[in-house]
Design a protein around this ligand. Structure first.
Ligand code: GLP
Length: 287
């Protein structure tokens, strides 16, 4: 695992988008595993910018999202399908037929989950899986006690998750669907590479447990420790409880492998950070 600590959420999003763009440029027909949530909005905003300003090509890539609420049809504005269309798919040159989310309205949910896994296999497996971490420690919607070998299935959401996601449902956790379909922890671990993005002080504890704590199904995100190619991008506030922070920073600053990323993102140039923060002020709504 590599932990890349970035000065703020803006830089964390830039770094994640840069790594996804690098994957797409190296392999234009990549299979990307995608995630939802507020953290990812900044990442998708950056990817849209890379498409618009630098011609990043999505025309051949295929995508599989981690999860979808049970009972929300794809045209429901609160569904993850609509989230993805709004934040990414409708703003880049992706073929919507190549984008997949679990079908939370299927009459036979178990069959839909089996078909989702089969469809990932038919595409040759996921090359790069993007992940956020929920306050309950979930990846996808793998709530505490999800088996570390679990596959795509239906899951009941914890009260903490329903509270965390209530904003999209008029602020009332009771309105958040109680169940969702989610890729399993085992499904996620089969991706060839994992890219975890975590920002904000409220994630500091759970990030420390996921990265440095014991591997336990009580914190599904701790399963990322089992993956041989996992990068975690955190901003300073989310990284504040990591015991190895100084070591992780040293690696990012000194490893030749990261020269290209440091140059591309110019993270140590405060002028650049200022410019991008300034751009963002008029940013997310200008397209
Ligand atoms: C949701 C999604 C997860 C996501 C998590 C974090 O519950 N199912 O895939 O990682 O929330 O969300 P946020 O970025 O809003 O904190």
């Amino acid at each position: 695992m590599e932990v890349l600590i970035q000065p703020n959420a803006e830089h964390a999003a830039m770094m994640a988008a840069w790594l996804i763009a690098r994957q797409l440029r190296a392999q234009p027909d990549s299979v990307l595993g995608l995630a939802t949530g507020r953290t990812m909005e900044g990442v998708y905003h950056r990817l849209v910018g890379l498409h618009r300003d630098h011609g990043l090509d999505f025309s051949r890539c295929r995508t599989f999202n981690l999860d979808e609420y049970i009972g929300l049809p794809p045209d429901d504005p609160r569904s993850y399908r609509q989230y993805m269309n709004h934040h990414l798919f409708n703003r880049v040159n992706i073929d919507l037929r190549n984008t997949h989310l679990p079908d939370g309205t299927a009459a036979d949910l178990k069959a839909a989950c089996r078909e989702y896994e089969a469809s990932i296999r038919r595409c040759g497996g996921i090359d790069l899986q993007l992940l956020g971490i929920g306050v309950s420690g979930h990846i996808g919607f793998n709530e505490p006690l999800s088996a570390l070998r679990s596959r795509t299935r239906d899951k009941s959401l914890t009260p903490a998750t329903r509270r965390q996601n209530a904003a999209m449902f008029g602020g009332n956790p009771e309105n958040v669907p109680p169940r969702a379909l989610t890729m399993g922890v085992g499904t996620i671990l089969e991706a060839r590479a994992l890219l975890v993005v975590v920002t904000g002080a409220e994630k500091a504890d759970i990030l420390a447990q996921a990265v440095e704590g014991p591997i336990t199904s009580m914190v599904s995100a701790s399963a990322i420790q089992l993956h041989e190619d996992c990068k975690v991008i955190a901003d300073e506030t989310a990284a504040s409880r990591l015991q190895g922070g100084a070591y992780y920073r040293w690696i990012f600053e000194n490893e030749p492998d990261w020269n290209e990323a440091r140059r591309a993102l110019n993270t140590d140039d405060p002028g650049n950070a200022k410019t991008s923060a300034h751009r963002r002020a008029g940013g997310p709504h200008d397209h």
